[in-house]
Design a protein around this ligand. Sequence first.
Ligand SMILES: [Zn+2]
Length: 297
Amino acid sequence: MAGQRFTQITNFWSDVFEKDGRQFSRVTIESTYPFSYQLNSSAANVKMLIRKALANIDYLRTEVYDGLINEFIVEQTEAKNVTAEIFLDCETPFTVDFSEGIPARTFIVFDRTRLYDIFSPLKIIIDPGHGGDDKGGTGPVDLLEKNVTLAMAGQTKIHLDKYGAQTLLTRKNDQNIPLRERFNLALSSKADLFISLHTNYDKNPEVKGLSVGYNPAAAGSEKLAGLIAKEVARKIKCDIREIKKDSRLTALKKISGVVVEPVTISNYVEEGLLRNPHLYEKVAFGIFNGIKGLFDG
Ligand SMILES: [Zn+2]
């Protein structure tokens, strides 16, 4: 009677995983029993209709923004079916996979190859702000900007390296590198991009939010700043405070450069966000998505 019973959809989520050195996006659907389904895919949309199924919620929209999957929606329809609809950034090949067990798991797996095509030609300088005796801002509890920027830069490098970008850090440990040397590294290595990581600091403890400065001398910098601001803000759920010209970055000449300040370290709540290691991954993902937006299509 297996064909008669209802499947309970108990859980669903998405992640990015690595297999044989390649990255894939995956949506996982957990259920009490295996189910039959019908797939409809159009340009940038994949819809799985799961028959005779009950979901543990009526409707759930999940924001993903992993550079390929934008979001997915799981919905209980009146006809005792459940739909899982995945909204993609662009048309992408996928496979459906399955693992038995309790719970049963169904996977919709998307190929992230096109992200390698975007990132592998790029040379990117990642600049952790401050260092050594230059501590940068200090949070109301005890965090130091120079340590936070190093952690954000490390995550950003890991993320970009996965897709074949050539990345160089202006510092790898706690040392104070003059600004000029940081810019010179970008110029001498003929970098495509210069991404500087800081946190905002303000004497007023109420001030919060994200800000991005850009090199007004380089075409594309303003656009890059806007894209990174949008992508980081929606990853870490912070407000965009400002996108502004940063005249110091004109030393980079025609290299697109940005100074990213994802949060304001002097704000008690935002300093607290910096204590969560996942924040650094999210910032890295936001920067990755922003760069992708600049070079995509
Ligand atoms: Zn700073």
